[in-house]
Write a protein that binds this ligand. Structure first.
Ligand SMILES: [Zn+2]
Length: 292
């Protein structure tokens, strides 16, 4: 089902938004409300219209009834086998609160305040570490780890998050390689098809690549090849990153934790979930008409 109007999020830098999408089976929901709870179809309908899924239900990587995920064109509900006309897609956009997003967010929410049936807004207090891991989980899903191009994609995504004001899409256009720079004390520089990153920035991008691809046995794949955690830490120690950020200690997992805090930033952050309920509302109406 094509949406008539997309939600305009163009004023938000790509690194500040996380997208989630899930399917919900309305046959299952009607079943729960009429058979399990025992409501008449009419009351079930008015309950379902108001029904507002929780953030956990909307963003969980493992969907549970009545939610499911499917990449198929004509999926069937895995719980009750209902066909596509019984399904509704729920898209959720998560905005991270902060300096770069506060002004456009207020503007956007003002327009959404008039459309409470179509869009639900849920605010949640979180911390930067959780926000980073949410972001990493979503990033992992959008990358094809079997295609070596993902290393550039992951680095671009990290830079979009780190410096949201920069237009990284243009910087990465036609880019072939990313290298650490021995001259740049900070920042980055593009030279032909190569992007040079200051050592600290380069090391942080290795950490992100490691976190995206790590497995317990083989370590993670990075621009420097496959690295175990020890090898990654050794690199960061040698490059002076650990010293510069006052990170010391012997335990590798403790060091990793400190590194992640360094990249994530510390403190609280507010997350704003915008739930696009348009398809859900339309389908509920259509399904009720068929049901009653
Ligand atoms: Zn179902």
């Amino acid at each position: 089902m094509k949406k008539s109007t997309e939600l305009d999020l163009s004023e938000f830098p790509p690194g500040t938004i996380t997208e989630y999408s899930t399917l919900v089976c309305l046959a299952c929901i009607f079943d729960i409300f009429t058979k399990q709870i025992g409501l008449a179809p009419r009351s079930a309908y008015s309950e379902i219209k108001r029904y507002s899924p929780t953030v956990a239900e909307l963003t969980s990587p493992k969907a549970v009834r009545p939610f499911f995920d499917s990449e198929e064109k004509h999926p069937r509900c895995p719980y009750c086998n209902a066909a596509k006309r019984w399904h509704a897609r729920l898209d959720t956009h998560c905005l991270e609160g902060g300096k770069t997003t506060d002004a456009p967010r207020r503007k956007l929410f003002k327009t959404l305040a008039k459309k409470t049936e179509q869009f639900a807004i849920v605010e949640q207090k979180s911390d930067r570490r959780t926000a980073l891991f949410n972001w990493l989980d979503t990033l992992r899903l959008t990358l094809d780890l079997d295609d070596s191009g993902w290393l550039l994609e992951a680095t671009k995504a990290f830079l979009e998050r780190k410096e949201p004001k920069q237009d990284w899409a243009s910087v990465f256009e036609g880019l072939r390689a990313i290298r650490p720079s021995s001259r740049l004390p900070e920042g980055w520089e593009r030279d032909g098809v190569r992007l040079f990153l200051a050592p600290a920035l380069y090391n942080e991008s290795l950490l992100v690549q490691y976190l995206v691809s790590r497995s317990h046995v083989h370590g993670g794949l990075t621009l420097e090849g496959r690295l175990t955690l020890l090898e990654l830490l050794r690199r960061m120690r040698k490059g002076g990153y650990l010293n510069a950020h006052g990170i010391e200690g012997a335990d590798q997992f403790e060091l990793l934790k400190r590194l992640i805090d360094e990249v994530a930033g510390s403190g609280a952050v507010k997350l704003y979930y915008i739930v696009d309920r348009r398809e859900f509302s339309e389908k509920v109406k259509a399904v009720y008409a068929a049901y009653a």
